[in-house]
Ligand binder design. Structure first.
Ligand code: MOS
Length: 744
């Protein structure tokens, strides 16, 4: 007999058919009558002023409706100084078209709106704008001496913990030491879907913004603040996303421009950015890391020192957690961590999948490999000798941590015991050098306040709403599973909808917190609906559940039944029929249980085992095998969770070997701002990827026991590959990506 227990199983994506048949509608695909089209004009200079815009020359073109720029932008409320979008760093958010000042290359300087797309694009190509350029600086190398610590207490900043022990003395006096610098270039998110907003202008002056965003409420707050709209007049919708990776966490300038134009022209407007323009609003920052590690004769860590410097813009102090992990991942009593920013004439960096940890884990995990070699230890054995039983940064135990099982299960499946330690000691049958390396990391298990609404109708169909997001992670599917299991309904009877400010508020889809946050809200809301249904069931004549408390019953296979006696049951649909109600509806929400969580450090962990094969003559590296062993609490859906980790591994391969946004400092502009020259892996680059989930029981993180899977899978992948390249070749490349020229 089929069961309605779905959590932990592997159902396929409920939104899959809509996506592959084209029925899923993306931001730039909402067709509304009378739509006009906006084309963004971007600054060719990195710093300076606009001195003249020859708008008149294009306004004469029939069908060009307006050229919006700082010269004619209406007086806007903008935000008062206290306004921050939900993930804004310290500083002052960029205000498009605010004045004639240029702060970064590709800054939007005008929006041309026309009756059709081609005309807007043509007008932009002939629009003459005069600039007065000023000297710019975009090279982090020039700012090594100008790093500053961001203001403590500034939005989102997690300062490193104070030093512990005596890290300098311990390093000097240790048996074995290493020190090295690791360099990580700029990267851009590059989701497949371009950023776009379609604003539908309604006859009553209300607007609906179909916007590419990871947080519809975040965008609504931004728009209402700037344009002085009431929430009722400003609906924001995003039901599908072709990849986000953090690029949609903050409101981007195309939504501002599209709404501005719609309100001014009283017309519906669509603004779509080009692939090149996708490089103009946030990136993983260029980062320099310096690490010093030392060990005692028994292979335990004597000292850990980790310092990072990365770029930010002139107007905001973007921060991410690069170094704090180094005080937590391994047991060590002498630790010093430092973190600094340097201001450049670039746009503010932006959270990009596993922000901070993705880069920090490269520094720490490559340094750990170097240290293991210096100490004459197998890299895995070295990590086992330094296993952290508690979080020393916070001086708290972990709510759960099965990383040791990740080590053991991963090593067994990968065949780690067949590895020979000496670099260049392993070759395949074709004579290629073979290298095996490891790397891992940790990510925060967080929960944010979330709300949901559940409605069940007389036909037994359940609709659950929460304004969360789906950037390809599986949100629709896991929420459907949770709702179906909580009320004992078949998956097909449940519809979950998200991404609309008409729905109850959910947090940004980011931080790997959606499953924990929205999942718990969905569970609570469906349980509240279940309580109502039980009361109705008890009113039925001869109900076998008359004296049952909610805790005494379970919802399974379309029935409410006694836990102690499955035969004492009522059919849910009969309850609904008997109630005479057309529908039953409840609102619910979930908050983290701070009292329960406070004594613990809550994290997911992973360990990656990678194999590379290197052709010595050509310098080519192939990542032939990757095994990612992940401990992230309870896995809600084996298939979507595995897909998350597969995607993470692909991106890790990219970080290690291919991906970098190259700045031409003469122009202060990113030069490879397209898919041809911004290299990412293709099918031929991807070989065997395997995933192990070491499940953890953890009722501290949240009632579902889920820690989130979106980011942890990326950690240590690039480090494991870099370490494998060293093992294969004996060359230690500390400047990623490892391209052919660095190996020959
Ligand atoms: Mo993620 S970088 O929080 O979208």
């Amino acid at each position: 007999m089929s069961t309605t227990n779905y959590i932990g199983k592997a159902p396929s994506r409920v939104d899959g058919p809509a996506k592959v048949t084209g029925a899923a509608t993306y931001a730039a695909e909402y067709n509304v009558p009378g739509l006009t089209y906006g084309w963004v004009v971007s600054s060719p200079i990195a710093k300076g002023k606009i001195t003249k815009i020859h708008a008149d020359e294009v306004l004469v073109l029939p069908g060009v409706l307006q050229v919006f720029s700082h010269e004619n932008v209406p007086s806007l409320a903008w935000f008062d100084r206290s306004y921050k979008d939900q993930v804004a760093p310290g500083g002052s958010p960029f205000r498009p078209l605010h004045d004639n000042e240029i702060k970064f290359s590709q800054q939007p300087v005008a929006l041309i709106v026309a009756e059709n797309f081609e005309l807007a694009r043509y007008a932009a190509s002939v629009l003459r704008i005069e600039y007065e350029a000023a000297p710019h600086e975009t090279n982090l190398e020039t700012k090594r001496q100008e790093g500053f610590e961001p203001g403590r207490g500034k939005t989102g900043y997690m300062p490193p913990p104070p030093p512990r022990g005596n890290p300098d003395k311990a390093w000097e006096e240790a048996a074995h030491r290493m020190e090295a610098e690791y360099v990580h270039g700029t990267q851009h998110h590059n989701p497949m879907e371009l950023f776009a907003t379609t604003v539908e202008y309604h006859a009553n002056g209300k607007i609906t913004a179909y916007d590419k965003t990871q947080g519809v409420y975040n965008v609504q707050a931004y728009l209402t603040k700037i344009f002085g709209l009431s929430k009722d007049n400003c609906r924001v919708v995003n039901e599908y996303m072709g990849g986000g990776f953090g690029s949609g966490l903050r409101p981007q300038y195309q939504v501002f421009l599209a709404v501005l134009a719609a309100l001014e022209l009283k017309r519906s407007v669509r603004v779509t950015l080009t692939r090149q323009q996708m490089f103009s609003f946030g990136h993983r920052p260029h980062t320099l890391q310096y690490l010093k590690l030392a060990t005692n004769p028994d292979g335990t860590l004597a000292a850990v020192q980790h310092h990072a410097l990365h770029e930010t813009s002139q107007f905001e102090d973007y921060t991410e957690n690069v170094v704090n992990w180094s005080g937590m991942l391994y047991q060590c009593d002498n630790v010093k961590l430092g973190y600094q920013l340097a201001k450049l004439d670039v746009y503010t960096p932006l959270d990009m999948r596993a922000p901070g940890a993705a880069t920090g884990s490269i520094g720490l995990e490559v340094a750990m490999d170097e240290m293991a070699y210096a100490a004459g230890l197998d890299p895995l054995e070295f990590r086992l000798r330094n296993y952290a039983e508690k979080d020393q940064n916070m001086n708290k135990p972990f709510s759960s941590k099965k990383l040791r099982d990740c080590y053991h299960q991963g090593a067994a499946k990968f065949g780690w015991d067949k590895r020979t330690q000496e670099p260049r000691s392993m070759r395949d049958a074709d004579g290629k050098l073979v290298g095996w390396g490891i790397g891992g990391g940790a990510w925060d298990a967080s929960q944010m306040k979330s709300a949901a609404k559940a409605t069940i109708t007389a036909d037994g169909k359940l609709l659950v709403l929460s304004a969360s997001g789906e950037n390809g992670t599986g949100t629709y599917t896991i929420m459907t599973q949770i709702a179906a299991e909580t009320l004992g309904l078949p998956l097909e009877a449940v519809t979950f909808r998200l991404g609309d400010t008409d729905q109850p508020e959910a947090p940004l889809q980011g931080g790997s917190w959606t499953a924990a946050s929205v999942g718990t809200a969905v569970k609570n809301t469906c349980e509240a609906l279940g309580e109502k249904l039980l009361k109705l069931a008890q009113k039925m004549e001869g109900s076998p559940l008359k004296n049952a408390n909610f805790e005494d019953v379970e919802f399974v296979n379309g029935q409410i039944r006694l836990r102690t006696d499955a035969n004492q049951a009522v059919v849910l649909r009969d309850v609904l029929q008997a109630s005479g109600e057309a529908k039953i509806e409840v609102d619910g929400s979930a908050m983290p249980n701070m009292v329960k969580q406070m004594p613990y450090s809550m994290h997911s962990h992973n360990m990656v085992f990678a194999e590379v094969k290197v052709d010595e003559d050509l310098g080519t590296v192939h990542v032939t095998r990757v095994l990612n062993a992940v401990a992230a609490g309870r896995i809600l859906n084996q298939k979507t969770a595995r897909s998350q980790v597969l995607g993470s591994v692909v991106w890790g391969i990219s970080m290690a070997l291919m991906e970098e946004t190259v700045m031409d400092h003469k122009f202060g502009r990113y030069m490879n701002h397209n898919y041809a020259e911004y290299h990412v892996p293709v099918n031929a680059d991807i070989h065997d990827i395997d995933v192990i989930f070491v499940e953890e029981e953890d009722d501290i993180v949240n009632p579902l026991g889920v820690k989130g899977i979106g980011e942890v899978g990326m950690l240590g992948v690039a480090a494991a590959i870099a370490n494998a390249v060293f093992h294969a070749t004996g060359k230690r490349v500390r400047d990623l990506p490892i391209m052919i020229d660095k190996l020959l």
